[in-house]
Design a protein around this ligand. Structure first.
Ligand code: PAF
Length: 276
């Protein structure tokens, strides 16, 4: 496994990889969710490239950029065990050199849900992903369903800008008790970890209500909210039931609907979703 940190080295090593090339962009501190993307890429491609880059431009000034968990040495061991061919670990200056001033705005679907709470987040995500795609030139690029809105935004950008990579979205990986895997779970204290389960419980409740015949978004969201707010440590950011591609609100829940939650458990902001 080659590990490179400059664009020049990456481009040189990339030329030597057998095609098709699968690419998994990450911010590191890898868990089984990331590794499932790496395995998915490995199954469908001859070579796998992974990037590890905590992208500063997708964090707001009040967000956890400085404390975002990092352990590149451990990440590299995990990736080596998965048989990854090439890892890109650029510095912030490599991606955003002095004078950098070009940004990607995906309009219409980035100001709602995560975008409403995290101003500028998707501008940072779309910009870095476009740059990484231009640098790595992958045949397929892998994202997790856990960041459902991110996956929709990237698919839109790739389609709108005629980028030559296929976006593959793989299912959310969960702990045995249902908590969605996330690098931020490490911040949860043991009692908060238990409380955090109410997020997935609320999504399960939405599915049960739907299966029981309930179609009103308002009623389902209301019951999900009640369930989560029965835990005093939880502060709800949003609950939404939307169309899975347009992210438009649904008044009546239809098959394929995307149900999303963002909530604070103590100081940790968690997101999760299911497709009904
Ligand atoms: O999902 C993430 O880890 C990040 O948003 C991504 C796609 C690597 C861009 O920085």
């Amino acid at each position: 496994m080659k590990v490179v940190s400059t664009i020049q080295e990456l481009e040189r090593e990339r030329k030597m990889l057998s095609s098709p090339v699968g690419f998994v962009p990450t911010m590191g501190f890898l868990h089984e969710g990331h590794l499932s993307l790496v395995r998915g890429a490995g199954k469908e491609s001859k070579s796998v490239v992974v990037s590890i880059f905590v992208n500063p431009t997708q964090f707001g000034p009040e967000e956890d950029l400085a404390s975002y968990p990092r352990d590149v040495e451990r990440d590299l061991k995990l990736l080596e065990n998965e048989g990854v061919n090439l890892v890109f670990t650029p510095s912030a200056e490599e991606i955003y050199p002095p004078g950098y001033c070009t940004w990607v705005e995906v309009e219409g679907i980035t100001h709602i849900l995560e975008g409403a709470s995290r101003q500028g987040h998707f501008r940072g995500v779309a910009t870095v992903v476009l740059k990484l795609l231009n640098i790595v030139q992958p045949d397929r690029t892998y994202f997790g369903q856990k960041d459902a809105q991110q996956a929709v935004v990237i698919q839109r950008m790739v389609s709108d800008l005629n980028l030559d990579t296929e976006i593959v979205v793989l299912p959310t990986l969960r702990e045995p008790d249902g908590l969605a895997m996330s690098s931020r779970n490490i911040y949860l204290s043991p009692p908060e970890r238990k409380v955090a389960l109410c997020i997935f419980d609320s999504l399960r409740l939405a599915r049960e209500l739907y299966q029981g015949g309930e179609r009103s978004t308002e009623i389902i969201c209301h019951k999900m909210t009640d369930l989560m707010l029965s835990q005093p440590q939880v502060k709800l950011d949003y609950v939404g039931i939307v169309h899975p591609q347009t992210l438009k609100k649904m008044v009546e829940v239809k098959p394929g609907a995307l149900v999303l939650v963002a909530a604070w458990v103590g100081k940790v902001r968690l997101i999760d979703n299911i497709l009904i």
